[in-house]
Design a protein around this ligand. Sequence first.
Ligand SMILES: C[S@@+](CC[C@H](N)C(=O)[O-])C[C@H]1O[C@@H](n2cnc3c(N)ncnc32)[C@H](O)[C@@H]1O
Length: 508
Amino acid sequence: MNVKELGVVLTPPITADYIVSKLGNISDNQKVLDPCVGPGVFVKSLLKAGVDKTQIFCHDVNSNYKVNIKDLGVKFKFIDTLLSFNSECYGEYDFIVGNPPYLNKASSYVRKNRAKLKQIYGKINAHETYSMFIVNSIWRLKEGGKLGFITSDSFLTLSTHSKLRSFILKNCIINEILLAPINLFDRQNVSTYPVIFFLTKCSKEENEQVRDNNLMKIIPRIKSEKEYWNPPVIIEIKQKRYKALPFNIFFVNAEEQILDLFENAPKLELFLKGYIGMHTHNNKKFIAAIENTELSGIFRKKRKLEKKSENFKVITRLELEKKRWKPYLKRGGGEQYHRPIMEALDWEQDSISIYDIPKSVPFGEEGIVISGISSRLAARYMPEGCYWDSNKAMGFIVQDSSISIDYFLGLLNSSLYNYLSKGILNNTNSIQLTGIHSLPFIKPDRSTHDEVSSLVKKIIENKKNNLSYDYTEEQKSIDIIIFELYAKKYNLSKNLRKDLEENYAIYK
Ligand SMILES: C[S@@+](CC[C@H](N)C(=O)[O-])C[C@H]1O[C@@H](n2cnc3c(N)ncnc32)[C@H](O)[C@@H]1O
């Protein structure tokens, strides 16, 4: 494999110096490992800091580095750190530093070694090499040993890494998380959002309290390497906060009050329950477009190109009203409150027998549909009688009859909820059911409930008459009412309100 395929990105020496400086005192009998040493940036920093060369151990899967590293007088093993791990490797080192390679699951390395990697790391995360290096290195550390790494920051929040985060919380004290400058690797034409973090292994079960009460240092994104030793903002929070957040998100910019809200308020799931939908196994054949919608034109064009006459049907509204078709929801996107139904599901007995329809899902009930793929949280009214797909749209049913569908629509489309789900839980385009369920919910008093409900009714009425109706004014009022309800109980700050207006509102 060539250098690129092995994820070679060199750490700037100042950054390596910072990581080494934070390890604390390294005494004469202690051992330090760089598990993916490359040309030895960290080795040079360690030597500069006065660590004796006999204490430094290195690995790399590329044997070309052997000569250079041996010239530095330290021990080098030409091995694959991830694959060579076995029971003898546990607890060997006092310190581990490095910049693990970032190779994702599409890389030739991960593809080639998938089965073995899965066997070793599958229970925690076998997607990217850097996350496996984190696990591998924590295993290799002695109890009380310290790790300092620079990696991509995506493991802090992405839901695919939730098991890795929970593994870290169970096995380590998190000393520091610092979001490093985004231009750090510019000269190497690599754009990443790097994070530097320090962990101390503390894996005994009886030390749970020590881990929970540990005060972590969280340093939001700094602008340049100069700021390492004197960052403009340092936030200190107890580690148990991360344990309480959904998916154990290692959130860096949250106010304490938002963490309080997640920790203490009941979960939305108790009041509004979502369900993953069904599969037709052949949408082209079983899903038709409804006449006079945006989609009917697209389907007609596709039908012309298509050889099979059974695909891309277009049906009239009248046909939809008959039992032969069911309204069907399968679209993501940012549209809120109301969107005319554009698709219909073939409801012929022969077709139904082909579908996978989960039994526990209350299809057909009136409720809310939330886009599974969207750049913002977007909820729309779901009339009675609908079925939905398993992909881009999720159906939700109200569980507490004292709260109206309209109120939930207003709440979910508010800037506060957009922030909670997009700003905190998941900053990608996909929205997960479990994420929505884990949002905090405060039951509104009657007047708040009714005010929001009536604003939402107005938006829906107007959108029904004119789809491009501008509901900015109503939305502003809803955003204020919802914010105040939550702010009153959880002391949310004016700064947060400003952030919501500037970054999470539809009218920003
Ligand atoms: C991001 S570079 C870091 C190099 C150097 N430590 C630095 O910080 O400048 C990652 C290094 O990991 C090595 N590498 C990739 N996969 C490896 C594996 N499975 N085991 C050991 N080393 C690996 C690459 O050859 C490369 O030298």
